[in-house]
Design a protein around this ligand. Structure first.
Ligand SMILES: O=C[C@H](O)COP(=O)(O)O
Length: 292
């Protein structure tokens, strides 16, 4: 971790966010960018009420999307609870769509390491190929960094080729230097992506957390040559906000990150709004689309 000293100032973060907001305002009518954002969505359903039937219906909507909305690309992935990994596997027709499963005691992460590993292993056996886990936030706040990192590595060890997204629950970390340190630990110990939030705790994703995490990703890339992905998630529902995240990614990490291999947006409510926005630009009038 010593290789990655925290150097950001509040002023630098605020300035970067202002610049991203100004650039984002100019992109509101850019349908190609809005389509790219749609293609970066991890379309999420993480509700207590979810069932095999409701997730099957959700999957069917994704399967039928190209028929109804030929002008938008597909989403990047669907993201569900472990009980529904097999529904994604059997239901999704387009095998390029990621099958993301939250695991390892999501969203609190407060369970035994062997349970975390077993849950993750099962999620993959049943069809998941992307796994979203939360760090042990309490241990992190106590300064037990090795414990936090070794858990990540242990969970990754049962994942084979599946991609690991590590959630920092940035709203619980408060200070930028804590978000920075958690980002570095997540990347050093094996995360392929770092993700802001579970969506189950407030505050969820913020531009401030994104700025810090992206700066850590940039620094990690400069030092190691490894490209780690970024996933803001939790409370993101408008094109306006999503464009600011897009502009932050572009400003800090550069154009190489502007695709769904390195940029995902975890959201349960964004897709309908982006569909409505793209249709409005195409048709010249506004009609709210409630497809999902
Ligand atoms: O991982 C994704 C988040 O849980 C989604 O949060 P959201 O329901 O606020 O969009």
């Amino acid at each position: 971790m010593d290789k990655f000293p925290f150097k950001l100032t509040d002023e630098e973060i605020a300035k970067g966010i202002e610049a991203a907001k100004a650039e984002a305002a100019l992109l509101k009518q850019d349908k190609d960018v809005l389509k790219l954002l749609f293609n970066c969505i991890d379309l999420t359903s993480l509700n207590t009420e979810d069932s095999s039937d409701s997730i099957r219906d959700f999957v069917e909507k994704v399967n039928e999307l190209p028929k109804h909305f030929s002008l938008v690309p597909q989403v990047a992935a669907m993201c569900v609870y472990p009980a529904f990994a097999s529904v994604l596997k059997s239901g999704l027709q387009d095998k390029n769509i990621g099958r993301a499963v939250v695991s390892a005691g999501f969203p609190s992460s407060q369970t035994y390491l062997d349970v975390k590993k077993l849950e993750t292993q099962r999620a993959i056996d049943f069809g998941g190929n992307e796994i979203d886990i939360v760090i042990s936030v309490g241990e992190f706040l106590e300064g037990n960094y090795e414990f936090v990192g070794e858990e990540i590595t242990a969970i990754k060890s049962v994942m084979g080729d599946a991609h690991l997204k590590v959630i920092l629950e940035s709203g619980a970390l408060k200070e930028p230097n804590e978000i920075w340190t958690a980002s570095i630990i997540a990347m050093e110990y094996g995360g392929d992506f770092i993700k802001t939030s579970t969506g189950k705790q407030q505050p969820a994703a913020t531009f401030e957390a994104a700025f810090t995490m992206l700066s850590a990703i940039k620094s990690f890339h400069t030092e190691t040559g490894k490209k780690i992905g970024f996933k803001p998630a939790g409370g993101i529902s408008t094109a306006e906000d999503t464009l600011v995240y897009y502009c932050l990614v572009k400003q800090i990490c550069g154009d190489d990150w502007l695709n769904n291999k390195l940029f995902r947006i975890g959201a349960s409510r964004l897709a309908n709004n982006l569909l409505s926005d793209v249709a409005e630009i195409e048709n010249g009038f506004r009609k709210e689309i409630k497809y999902f």
